[in-house]
Write a protein that binds this ligand. Structure first.
Ligand code: GDP
Ligand code: MG
Length: 169
């Protein structure tokens, strides 16, 4: 039986939430998505890992606009969330600060539920100097990714699916 899990995409405006969703669902990068208004929902069947032996996982991805900040946790959008992908822009330190706030908000609202913290836009030249330092600042298991090149994106979703299956959320 397919396991279906609602996954929230969280993070400041412009960090690349929509780009990450389109990369993982359609394997493309457009460069100019319109600002998401409210929420967009897409489903993504997570590729199964050979030898995993588990049922397939379907993610229902909720891409919210970044305007909510941590107030998102007071809205109906997050109801029933199994997990979150929490995104920041490696070239903008204030978005990393927001990512950390969102991590704390998610942990408070959904204790014990898994999330992945992603530092996006690692393809940009400015990323080289800041990536390691920022990853250290964030202190959680932050993954360096690029929606533009696709680096780290599918792996992040697969790992999240494995965590959810393991914990049977
Ligand atoms: P959102 O507001 O979080 O949904 O962010 P978007 O997905 O709309 O992306 C905001 C801007 O950043 C757009 O101009 C994207 O093309 C750009 N962008 C997103 N991801 C990347 C990336 O990995 N690398 C680069 N260079 N630009 C990106
Ligand atoms: Mg968006």
């Amino acid at each position: 039986m397919t396991l279906t899990a609602k996954v929230m995409l969280l993070g400041d405006m412009g960090v690349g939430k929509t780009s990450i969703m389109y990369r993982v669902v359609y394997d493309r990068f457009d460069g100019q998505y319109k600002t998401t208004l409210g929420v967009e929902v897409l489903s993504y069947d997570v590729p199964s890992i050979p030898g995993d032996g588990a049922d397939p996982t379907r993610f229902v991805l909720w891409d919210t606009d970044g305007d909510f900040g941590t107030q998102i946790f007071d809205t109906v959008y997050v109801t029933g969330a199994s997990a979150a992908i929490i995104v920041s822009d490696v070239t903008r330190p204030q978005t990393v600060t927001r990512m950390i706030e969102l991590i704390h908000g998610f942990e408070t609202r959904f204790p014990g539920r898994p999330y992945r913290a992603l530092l996006n836009k690692t393809d940009l030249p400015e990323a080289a100097g800041s990536a390691m330092r920022l990853a250290e600042v964030a202190k959680s298991n932050v993954k360096l990714v690029s929606a533009k090149t696709g680096a780290g994106i599918v792996e992040s979703f697969v790992e999240l699916a494995q965590t959810i299956r393991r914990r049977q959320l």
